[in-house]
Design a protein around this ligand. Structure first.
Ligand SMILES: NC(=O)C1=CN([C@@H]2O[C@H](COP(=O)(O)OP(=O)(O)OC[C@H]3O[C@@H](n4cnc5c(N)ncnc54)[C@H](OP(=O)(O)O)[C@@H]3O)[C@@H](O)[C@H]2O)C=CC1
Ligand SMILES: N[C@@H](CC=O)C(=O)O
Length: 434
């Protein structure tokens, strides 16, 4: 080991930080760092957008000129926690080119530019750490990166968005209206500046995009993945869930299929009481990993908010003291796995008018209920029928995955045969010979 690399030197490596953003996360980090003197990391300058805003920190710390931070040779770490993904990408690119390590919380920026960011990291050799952008306080990226071998990771199911989980909990446990629950999520600092990103599933799918890279070496674009948010989940769905002893959560999932490819989606799902995710309430996140020999493991922690997010940023800053970098092992050192859209989902669909549902797209329908106010069915459908159409998001239609939603081809044949035998007659009656 060279002189520079002794543990004593790691300990004394001084980190001089240029911080971008002083909102929920940035201010949280400022406070957390002030309480962690042992880290020997100091914020030299903070770049914000609006000079006139009152700040709980000395005025001389702030600037609106980004180059003051990016061109300062003493600053060796840029921490980027702003809410503008376009500006964030420019900041991160310049920071790399100027020889600075980067810690970021901007999941939208990371998901949309992952390939370019990977290339820049390779070209410049700088560290780029972004643990806080996935599940805030839960160290899921480092665990996926360091612990699980590609071959052993059978599946991951996770609640990765704190705001939607908070809204669902408040709506269905405390009977708060959707609007009031969202306002609370905003006031508590959980929601994105544009809350559409949370409630319509963009934030969760952004996170899932790069978690798939760390889990399976998959590089994809958020819009390639099948996703929606909680915008269509309604009181009727909650009532059906309650009758069956389930809760509804927005779940990101990925499963390695028998053919070695990975099925992935981010959709609302009914969660049974014995599922670890049923335990995840309010702004908490949870991750259930199923692997070859360990069986199930469950990670749980706060998925949004000032200090929980700042704690992950702090941990990334601390990791820079020993030059930690993600190795993207599944991408560079293993054979990366491929995403597939060739699988089936078992879904619940509630709607006003049956005429608006393309029944012919279903392989089969297992349940059908018509109530006074609304109707619902449970059936099995190929993913391509959801990816190529918007009908399941429109006309007040709500789609929620059944608990064991992903069905592979082989399994399908057996299930189909059995279900046709059991449900075929009833099915004909309900749909007039369909
Ligand atoms: N809140 C949370 O729980 C979590 C948030 N994140 C992510 O962290 C990031 C920050 O979120 P959050 O703190 O909640 O957002 P806030 O809206 O609370 O704060 C955003 C900050 O960014 C600053 N800003 C915006 N544009 C620029 C720019 N071009 N240059 C410099 N500063 C700029 C704003 O400046 P000004 O103060 O002048 O307006 C503000 O200080 C986002 O990417 C978010 O997705 C990640 C995990 C959890
Ligand atoms: N808006 C996000 C914040 C953390 O990533 C969420 O609600 O999860």
């Amino acid at each position: 080991m060279s002189a520079e690399n002794t543990s004593a030197n790691y300990h004394h490596k001084s980190l001089v930080i240029g911080l971008f953003g002083f909102g929920v996360v940035g201010e949280g980090l400022y406070k957390v760092l002030n309480q962690t003197p042992s880290l020997k990391a100091t914020i030299k300058k903070v770049c914000i957008k609006n000079a006139g805003k009152p700040r709980q920190a000395p005025a001389e710390l702030f600037t609106t000129a980004r180059d003051v931070l990016l061109n300062d040779p003493e600053i060796n770490v840029i921490v980027e926690v702003i809410d503008d993904s376009v500006a964030a990408f420019e900041i991160v690119k310049t920071a790399f080119k100027n020889g600075k390590h980067v810690v970021s919380a901007s999941k939208k920026m990371i998901a949309e530019h992952l390939e370019e960011l990977l290339q820049l990291q390779q070209e410049t050799g700088q560290s780029f750490l972004y643990e806080s952008s996935a599940c805030a306080s839960i160290p899921v990226i480092r665990n996926l990166e360091e612990y699980y071998d590609n071959d052993l990771l059978h599946s991951i199911r996770a609640i990765v968005n704190g705001s939607t989980n908070y809204i669902l909990t408040k709506m269905f446990e405390d009977k708060l209206s959707y609007r009031d629950a969202l306002i609370q999520a905003q006031q508590l600092g959980f929601a994105e500046s544009n809350p559409k990103l949370d409630v319509e599933g963009y934030d969760a799918v952004n996170k899932w995009t790069f978690l798939l890279t760390h889990a399976y070496g998959i590089i994809t674009n958020p819009l390639e993945l099948l996703f929606t948010g909680i915008q269509n989940v309604n009181a009727f769905d909650a009532q059906v869930a309650g009758e069956k002893g389930r809760v509804i959560r927005l779940v990101a999932q990925a499963k390695k299929l028998g053919n070695g490819k990975v099925a992935a989606a981010v959709l609302p799902q009914f969660i049974t009481q014995d599922d670890h995710l049923s335990f995840v309430r309010n702004e908490y996140n949870g991750v259930v990993i199923e692997s070859g020999f360990a069986d199930k493991q469950f990670f749980y922690g706060k998925g949004a908010g000032s200090f929980p997010t700042a704690s992950a940023v702090l941990s990334d800053i601390s990791a820079l003291r020993y030059d930690y970098k993600y190795e993207y092992k599944k991408l560079y050192h293993h054979t990366p796995l491929e995403l597939t859209n060739d699988f089936y989902l078992r879904v619940y669909l509630s709607f006003d008018e049956l005429a608006e549902i393309p029944k012919e797209k279903f392989e089969w329908i297992e349940e059908w209920h018509a109530r006074e106010d609304r109707k619902y069915l449970v059936g099995v459908i190929h993913v391509r029928h959801l990816q190529t159409g918007n009908w399941w998001r429109e006309n007040n239609t709500s789609l929620i995955l059944q608990p064991d939603a992903i069905i592979e081809n082989l399994e399908l044949h057996n299930l189909k045969k059995k279900s046709l035998q059991l449900a075929g007659i009833q099915f004909h009656h309900q749909f007039g010979g369909y």
